[in-house]
Design a protein. Structure first.
Length: 112
């Protein structure tokens, strides 16, 4: 997160957003917790099933959106038009076109 996305540990900086696509998985769950504990980031995680939504909320996500729906629409639903950082941990090939302005992106995973 700090090296690849160049996220600052300086909590006095203006708030930024991190979108974790695949927040309910192992890596996503850890990333949510680390981002909330070590950074100033507002963490938005994706999940599609009710139990996954509950899980990422329990991990500390500030907001949850559904990665099964268009991400730009889901971001607008929670009052955002853009995010500063994206960590895409699942279904990478389907998530590239978000329809919104994005900043630094880290992709992990392989197309089906």
């Amino acid at each position: 997160m700090f090296e690849r996305l160049e996220v600052s540990r300086d909590t006095s900086k203006a708030p930024h957003t991190l979108l974790v696509i695949g927040g309910a998985g192992g890596a996503g769950s850890i990333l949510i917790q680390l981002a909330r504990r070590l950074t100033y980031l507002t963490v938005i995680a994706t999940a599609s099933r009710p139990e996954s939504v509950q899980w990422v909320e329990n991990m500390g996500a500030n907001a949850v959106i559904n990665h099964g729906l268009p991400l730009a629409d889901e971001l607008r639903r929670i009052g955002l038009t853009e995010v500063d950082f994206i960590a895409s941990l699942i279904r990478v090939h389907e998530q590239i076109e978000t329809g919104s302005s994005i900043g630094k992106t880290v992709l992990s995973g392989f197309p089906d």
